[in-house]
Design a protein around this ligand. Structure first.
Ligand code: SF4
Length: 377
């Protein structure tokens, strides 16, 4: 197939779904790591296309959702400093910290600006040389190279007023932590497509080897996901789990050497705090020694007393985002879902974020979807 609409072909999708049903003999549970996959699965009605014996759970792959409350508190505290401009991706401004949001800080007079890329934030810094411009750097291996590019560019152009609060996170270490927790039994994992474009497929080898769990990397169209599920079911049925790429037009086993080089130039691996999971060893990226002066946490440490990053997070009462991010619960199991918590009035980050599982369920799930209705493709 050459064109993207071929990956959305309804007849091909239904044929593949029949194939999956033909060789699926037992109940299994799969997890999609990536928030983009959660939305694609819901949008195309993949859960209704595959046999009911295949249960799907979402994982911790929404960058806004996994940002810890204590890290949001840091961003809100920075917004309150005189002369500071906070730049951030759109979804972040509505996510609740312990006491406030960036949106509330903006309403109270803080200069908080939504940007579409970290390079936009750098341009704001260049246009406002007397102000300190802080970019809230969230995301996974997918966004880390572009954030690294803004830092190295600021270094080369001696931009003195640009800072990054690096809350970047790494995918394989949190998968290891989740599987070691053992709270949810999984038979297979739908591997993240965009992250794997950067890091390749080899960092996931520990999943089949140490945990006996099938693993296949997927793209984001209906046929990509069905092809991935087909590969996972075949692995599970054969009893020989392994790492496969079901997104060969995007992912190579070795990843993208240039992007990895850029990441390694500006960052070093450090522990990171994940909402709902806690501090996971060596699962984050901090700005390294060479570029330390761009590190917002270090630059403003004298002006603010940041809470320790491993401080327990205080979630909104009744919100089960933590459980959802660990795959322990689905959004439908949260008592606030669709009533007290909606996309218009979100309680937790999984409803705030456009990549959140609760937002996806709210947007696409209907009572009819609990039946095998043949999907929406
Ligand atoms: S439905 Fe709302 S309150 Fe419940 S887990 Fe999702 S975001 Fe939290």
């Amino acid at each position: 197939m050459k064109f993207i609409d071929e990956y959305q072909n309804s007849e091909l999708a239904k044929g593949l779904a029949r194939e999956i049903a033909n060789h699926s003999t037992k109940p299994i549970r799969l997890m999609e790591f990536c928030g983009g996959h959660t939305h694609a699965i819901m949008r195309y009605g993949i859960r209704q296309l595959v046999p009911r014996t295949i249960e799907m759970r979402s994982g911790p792959g929404c960058p806004v959702c996994v940002t810890a409350t204590s890290d949001l508190d840091k961003a809100i505290a920075l917004a309150g400093l005189p002369g500071v401009i906070i730049t951030t991706f759109g979804d972040m401004i509505r996510v609740p910290g312990s006491y406030s949001t960036l949106q509330q800080a903006k309403a109270e007079g803080a200069d908080v600006r939504v940007v579409y890329s970290t390079l936009d934030a750098l341009e704001i810094a260049k246009a406002n040389p007397k102000r300190s411009v802080v970019f809230i750097g969230i995301g996974f291996e997918t966004t880390a190279p572009t954030i690294a590019a803004s830092i190295t560019k600021a270094y080369q152009e001696t931009v003195e007023n640009f800072y990054v609060l690096s809350l970047l996170k790494l995918t394989p270490p949190v998968m290891r932590a989740l599987l070691n927790l053992g709270e949810v039994k999984l038979d297979g994992i739908i591997g993240p497509g965009h992250v794997s474009v950067i890091i390749g497929s080899s960092p996931y080898e520990f999943i089949p080897k140490n945990h006996n769990i099938a693993f296949a990397i997927s793209g984001f169209e209906a046929l990509d996901i069905l092809l991935c599920i087909d590969k996972l079911v075949r692995q599970i049925e054969s009893g020989h789990p392994k790492v496969e790429i079901a997104y060969s037009r995007g992912v190579r086993p070795e990843g993208n050497a240039k992007a990895l080089e850029l990441m390694n130039e500006a960052f070093e691996v450090d522990d990171a705090n994940w909402r709902g999971i806690g501090v996971v060893s060596q699962s984050g990226l901090k700005i390294n020694e060479k570029y330390r002066r761009f590190d917002a946490e270090k630059a403003f440490a004298g002006l603010l007393r940041f809470a320790p990053s491993d401080e327990p997070a205080s979630e909104s009462k009744g919100c089960r985002c933590g459980d959802i991010l660990r795959g322990v619960a689905t959004p439908l199991e949260c008592k606030l879902f669709g009533g007290l918590c909606t996309p218009e009035n979100p309680v937790g980050p999984c409803m705030v974020s456009s990549e959140g599982a609760c937002a996806a369920y709210c947007q696409y799930e209907s009572p009819r979807d609990s039946e095998n209705s043949g999907g929406r493709i």
